[in-house]
Design a protein around this ligand. Structure first.
Ligand SMILES: Cc1cc2nc3c(=O)[nH]c(=O)nc-3n(C[C@H](O)[C@H](O)[C@H](O)COP(=O)(O)O)c2cc1C
Length: 201
């Protein structure tokens, strides 16, 4: 399929902290995607300033503005790339809280529901951890969460970067060619699926 409009990729690091290994991995993947001609936006989940989900808050004030901002970013993307740490075998509260809020956005005449925004949208997963398994368990929960609750199309290819604190060179690139190839492979699989799904024209 040929197209002149670049694919739009939303990269979501699920850790926002200064020096985050997952943010570094997300930056590598974003650079690879840009080199392939993809239009990349990296989202800062912390900047959404979302409170911990609270049904009473929702009843009193509705869904926070940050959730609508996340929805706008999702709607503006052909594909998502989530780069997740592992906290006790699980994804981060930062990520799950943001997507839980997203799932609470109701449909209006002007705006689709949060779940309508994610449905049938392709997404790929990466993770990084100083541990040897690189956050694999967390990534598998994210896969299930996004598939089952958000009806997203999670590409089969994924990559967990182990020993991530030793994995980057001074320029922020991945030292190990095999790791770089694995990240590139995930990005390219995602791009192929997104291109297939994108309506012609
Ligand atoms: C609450 C908590 C739980 C953690 N549990 C795990 C774990 O189950 N597996 C693992 O590989 N690393 C675990 N870690 C270590 C993280 O992988 C490490 O802090 C990592 O650098 C976090 O990602 P970031 O650098 O992108 O912020 C945990 C860290 C925290 C703070």
């Amino acid at each position: 399929m040929t197209t002149t409009t670049p694919l739009r990729l939303l990269v979501i690091p699920a850790s926002a902290r200064e020096g985050s290994l997952n943010r570094r991995l997300a930056a590598c993947a974003a650079a690879m995607a840009r080199a392939d001609g993809i239009d990349v936006h990296v989202l800062d989940l912390r900047a959404l300033a979302l409170p911990v989900y609270d049904g009473d808050l929702e009843a009193a004030e509705g869904v926070p503005a940050g959730a609508l901002e996340l929805q706008r970013a999702v709607l503006a993307a052909d594909a998502l790339l989530v780069v997740t740490p592992e906290y006790n075998g699980f994804p981060t509260p930062l990520f799950v809280n943001a997507f839980d809020w997203l799932s609470r956005i109701p449909a209006t005449e002007a705006n689709p529901s949060g779940l309508a925004a994610t449905a049938e949208r392709p997404v790929a997963l990466l993770s990084a951890s100083p541990g040897p398994a690189g956050g694999l368990r967390s990534m598998n929960f994210v896969r299930q969460y996004l598939q089952m609750a958000f009806a997203m199309l999670v590409v089969p290819q994924q990559f967990a970067l182990g020993r991530a604190h030793e994995a980057f060179d001074a320029q922020g690139g991945l030292k190990e060619p095999r790791a770089a190839q694995a990240v590139q492979g995930v990005v390219q699989s995602l791009a192929r699926l997104a291109l297939r799904l994108r309506a012609p024209g």
